[in-house]
Ligand binder design. Structure first.
Ligand code: 5GP
Length: 120
């Protein structure tokens, strides 16, 4: 799947749309989800143009991958959700119902998050 340069996170990265930024470094940006599903709901994204985790895991540099993983830990500690627990999640593709075609990892915390998935 080709990268869509008009997706909403691309527009945030270009400064065309605002975001509530919580962390930024050379390769990674983290900001609050516009429709939070938990008291802490933060999106961690690479600044590079990657459609999803499949694209990122194949094509990102080691520096970009390290930056993203380090950012997740940093943001979780800064949010104070480490002791009580938190969840990270990345949706890829149709079955996972990925909505925004720019790779992002959700960080959820601040409440009991329930089971990982509900059974059908
Ligand atoms: P996905 O289903 O692709 O894993 O999740 C996309 C997430 O992006 C959703 O949780 C949605 O609320 C969030 N989102 C969509 N548009 C915007 C936006 O313009 N700003 C922010 N901060 N989050 C957004």
């Amino acid at each position: 799947m080709a990268y869509d340069r008009n997706n909403v996170f691309a527009r945030i990265l270009r400064g065309e749309l605002p975001c509530s930024k919580v962390y930024e470094d050379e390769h990674t940006l983290a900001f609050r989800d516009i429709n939070p599903l938990a008291p802490t709901h933060i999106l961690v994204i690479p600044k590079g143009e990657y459609v999803s985790v499949d694209d990122f895991s194949q094509n990102a540099s080691e520096a970009e991958i390290v930056s993203l993983m380090r950012a997740i830990g940093h943001v979780a500690r800064a949010e104070g959700v480490v002791d009580d627990g938190y969840r990270i999640l990345a949706n890829h593709g149709v079955a996972a119902r990925q909505e925004v075609p720019h790779f992002h990892i959700h960080i959820f915390g601040g409440r009991d998050l329930g089971p990982m998935l509900t059974r059908r």
